[in-house]
Design a protein around this ligand. Structure first.
Ligand code: SF4
Length: 222
């Protein structure tokens, strides 16, 4: 179920990633990190799926693909390959909660290396992400990857990597860091969220801390 978090941002459903029992066969859901993948690993994975007798590949919500008509062992084999080459193969992967446009250098309008920042945050601060929290990393204020509000938005502009709390990429950032160092600021927010009250969601914790304090954590972390 999607819904609105206590912080006001729209909560996104988890994509169908993993193994699914469909009565007469099995399906494997895998995700494309941030919605794209280089061509060759995608071609290689679909060839392997065909060799494993997959009957269909279907688009699924949350930037995911469903491989249908597989046996359990074929699912395991395909999942292992997908993991090795960088697809999202676990519903708990923090990349399912991060929207990141191509950014620089792929997009001429980009001011920050969105995908590199996203990968660093996913590796360094995985415990920031629960079902309540979406992080949007946007190369500029256009916000192509996530037009709506997110609990946290890192957006590039002429001042570096700005942080918007509970808003869109078009909002005025409450704090800045150099673009190359944005992940360190998010790590400070993750450390504060780690200390949240029992039963409190990450988004509720951010709302309790308040936008000014969250921005200060982002800005100050050395
Ligand atoms: S948000 Fe900006 S940088 Fe990102 S893809 Fe759109 S125009 Fe390019």
């Amino acid at each position: 179920m999607s819904g609105r978090t206590e912080g006001g941002a729209v909560e996104r459903p988890h994509p169908p990633i993993g193994l699914f029992n469909l009565d007469t066969s099995h399906a494997l859901g895998i995700g494309l990190p941030y919605g794209s993948m280089p061509a060759q690993p995608l071609v290689d994975l679909t060839k392997q799926a065909a060799n494993l007798c997959a009957t269909e590949i279907r688009l699924a919500p949350g930037r995911a693909l469903l491989f249908l008509g597989l046996s359990p062992s074929a699912c395991a084999s395909l999942q292992a390959t997908a993991t090795t080459v960088g697809f999202v193969t676990s519903a708990a992967d923090p990349r399912t909660r991060i929207a990141a446009c191509p950014g620089t250098p792929a997009c001429a309008s980009g001011r920050i290396a969105t995908r590199d920042i996203a990968e660093t945050i996913a590796k360094q601060s995985p415990d920031l992400f629960d079902a309540s929290l979406t992080l949007h990393i946007s190369g500029c204020a256009k916000g192509c990857a996530h037009p709506g509000a997110a609990a946290l938005t890192v957006v590039g502009d002429e001042n570096g990597a700005g942080l918007v709390v509970d808003g869109t990429a078009k909002a005025l950032p409450a704090g800045y860091r150099p673009g190359y160092d944005a992940a360190r600021g998010v790590a400070a927010i993750a450390a504060a969220v780690r200390e949240r009250h029992p039963g409190e969601t990450a988004a509720a914790c951010l709302a309790r801390l308040g936008a000014a304090n969250v921005a200060e954590l982002y800005r100050r972390n050395q």
